[in-house]
Design a protein around this ligand. Sequence first.
Ligand code: NI
Length: 251
Amino acid sequence: MFIDTHCHLSKEDYEDIDKIIEDNRNNYVDKIIVSGCTRDSIVEALDLLNKYDDVYVTIGYHPSEALITTDEDLKLLKKQLKNNRVVGVGEIGLDYHYGKEDIEQQKTLFRKQLEIAQELSLPVVIHSRDATFDTINILKEFPDVKGDIHCFSGSIETARIYVSMGYKLGIGGVVTFKNSTLPKVVEEIGLSNIVIETDSPYLTPEPFRGKQNSSKYLSLIADKIADIFDLPIEDVSKRLLENTYELFDLE
Ligand code: NI
């Protein structure tokens, strides 16, 4: 059995969510952790909790929302987080890929949400794109907060820094891509420091790269990791589940 530690499951991307959940069950995906990271997708993610027992959620405002997220939104977020199947804050972080015009607002939003995570003792799911240095420095301001670095694809040096700060690396479809340097990083950092995720509908693993992703492909990522460590898939899945249960304090 596997748990998808990070995916998006919105009607905007999937016509038939019942079918997605059913496909997951048929593909050894026991539970999924859906991330809501905009005003609308947070409400949508919370709604899934009423419909599906195998769904948990993390919620928090993505850096792309930095210019439009208000203190009212964050006040509401704090209330929305108080549900025992809401298991973390995220994805939150910094994204400098599309320019740096809102860099100060991004940092402020990131810090405010880390404060919330600290206050509520919840793990965080970090989105960091082209912003490694600032992400690390801001996380260091909150040494009590732990979590995972969603969709990690950085260097071994960066991986080591995050792990030394108590974070796990969220490994997704990129690890299956041809010419990816991620397998080497995964091997060096060790099985105890990673969790797996699809980040669906994005980043579909090989051999389905380019098609729409969904949690049913999670086993392709787990297979690749079993390959990297040359271990039976049963051992790998057991270890990944332990990491996930521990990180998100799942029931
Ligand atoms: Ni995501």
